[in-house]
Design a protein around this ligand. Structure first.
Ligand code: ZN
Length: 486
């Protein structure tokens, strides 16, 4: 503890020096027009470093897809620009979080030639778009899974729509292999849908048909209970892709908040075959019964889990975390023979989330949001003993009374740009300040360049619309519940 205090005092000195050097008119955020839940760890990557620039996609006003770019050499921001309109968006922008869908936020990547790809815009896809053979379509407001590509390489100013993926989907996730092959993973519709991927071998110009890997189905003898999943995909060692996932027992009709257990499997990109951590070949699409037998890491019983992220060490062994019940983050790794017992990284509650960097089989750093009393923090937690114990490093960001939402790690990240954070201001309705944050804090920007919502704020204030507060939100939920029981 003493060491930590001395370390933080040293760093505090360093931070003061940096802020003296920076322009006083600079702000921590590159834009204030993030909207609702602008980015998360699930739809990912949401940023990629490519040839000196970090490209970022996020959900802006009207739930549309916006893109910005940060040039690291001259420390200049470009954009953000509106890349694509979201069919699920509402006009005017809602001021209550419950009125925002948030499933259509973008994932993005940069291909081998420097073209920027964005997939966004759906919570299952509208049933009017045709028949969904791999799941249930969304509601009439389910949008359409949409693929955009930049008109020119390394240029966010103009976008082209490519009609080459299924319209039915949500939670898009890109994985690009060393040879340039692109896998687009997503859930093929609303809750009662398979998780699939579509593969492209021509830099995303065409995609092969969806391949189902996690199967949704009614439980045997219990048609009102439905097996479903939340899954997270990333590149593994060499030509492999990791999949970590949690089980979702959904109601049909209806929906539950249940999420349980944690599972893992991986794909071999040479022949697109799947195996479990022990190397046993799997048959996809994986059912709940099959997953329990072959890919289960941790049985949480009735207790709630949620997806985290998964990264590999040089041996290719997976390290992962999942969120556990009241905001805990639990870490486990495959030793080559077995999964280690999941260990709580952050003591206590809160709403921790983030990503991890695996330095060696026993040394891992996790960048996480957390609460320190009433202060929202983002910073590193480190283990040097294979995950048995974790030490908190100095926070990179800290905000008394506030909190941050965090993205997965920027693809190909640098020390100047690790993750994207969003932060709400009580007076800014559902608009969020968006930050690119590195080891030493955010990539700053002149305040005047980062201001995009003045017109919206003025219109809302003049119309007398009050921003949602914690209290009004809780009261609204209570009233809704009461109406339901009536
Ligand atoms: Zn559900």
């Amino acid at each position: 503890m003493k060491i930590f205090n001395r370390y933080s005092a040293f760093l505090l000195g360093a931070v003061v020096l940096v802020s003296q050097a920076a322009n006083v008119a600079d702000v921590d955020y590159f834009t204030d027009n993030g909207f609702g839940n602008p980015s998360s760890t699930l739809q990912h990557p949401t940023g990629e470093y490519y040839k000196g620039t970090t490209y970022i996609a996020y959900q802006g006003p009207h739930e549309d897809a916006w893109v910005a770019a940060y040039n690291h050499a001259n420390k200049k921001w470009l954009g953000p620009v509106l890349a694509g309109v979201n069919l699920m968006g509402k006009t005017p922008d809602p001021v209550k979080n419950d009125d925002v869908d948030n499933h259509g936020k973008p994932a993005m990547m940069v291909d081998e030639k420097g073209y920027i790809h964005v997939v966004y815009g759906a919570h299952g896809g509208s049933p009017l778009l045709g028949k969904n053979t791999l799941g249930a379509p969304g509601s009439l407001r389910g949008g359409k899974l949409t693929h955009l590509v930049s008109k020119n390489p390394e240029d966010i100013s103009a976008w082209v729509k490519l009609d080459n993926i299924s319209p039915f989907g949500t939670y898009p996730q890109f994985v690009q292999m060393d040879d340039g092959d692109i896998y687009l993973f997503y859930r093929h519709g609303s809750h009662w849908s398979d998780w699939v991927y579509q593969k492209s071998t021509d830099s995303g110009r065409t995609f092969q048909p969806p391949v189902s890997i996690l199967k949704h189905k009614a439980q045997q003898g219990k048609p009102t209970e439905h097996d479903s999943w939340y899954a997270w995909f990333a590149k593994g060692q060499g030509d492999t892709i990791t999949a970590s996932y949690v089980y979702h027992r959904c109601d049909n009709p209806g929906h539950t908040n249940d999420r349980n257990n944690t599972y893992f499997m991986k794909m071999n990109g040479k022949d697109d075959s799947w195996e479990n951590a022990a190397g046993e070949r799997l048959t996809v699409s994986v059912t709940k019964e099959y997953a329990d037998k072959k890919t289960l890491i941790f049985n949480s019983g009735e207790e709630r889990t949620n997806h985290g992220t998964c990264r590999v060490d040089k041996q290719g062994n997976p390290h992962l975390f999942f969120r556990y019940d009241k905001g805990q983050v639990r870490y486990s790794r495959w030793t080559g023979k077995a999964w280690t017992m999941p260990v709580a990284v952050i003591p206590g509650g809160g709403s921790a989330d983030g990503d991890m960097v695996v330095e060696s089989p026993t040394t891992v750093r996790m960048i996480l949001t957390s609460n320190n009393g009433n202060t929202g923090e983002v910073g590193w937690w480190k283990t040097a003993d294979g995950g048995q114990t974790w030490a908190k490093e100095r926070p990179i960001m800290a905000k008394p009374g506030g909190s941050y939402d965090i993205s997965a790690l920027i693809e190909n990240f640098t020390a100047e740009g690790l993750v994207i954070l969003s932060e709400g201001q009580p007076s800014d309705y559902l608009y969020k300040r968006m930050m690119l944050v590195g080891e030493n804090g955010p990539a700053k920007r002149p305040a005047a360049e980062a201001s995009y919502i003045q017109e919206q704020l003025t219109a809302l204030r003049e119309a007398g619309v009050q921003p949602e507060t914690k209290e009004s939100r809780a009261a609204g939920k209570k009233a809704k519940k009461k109406n339901k029981t009536n």
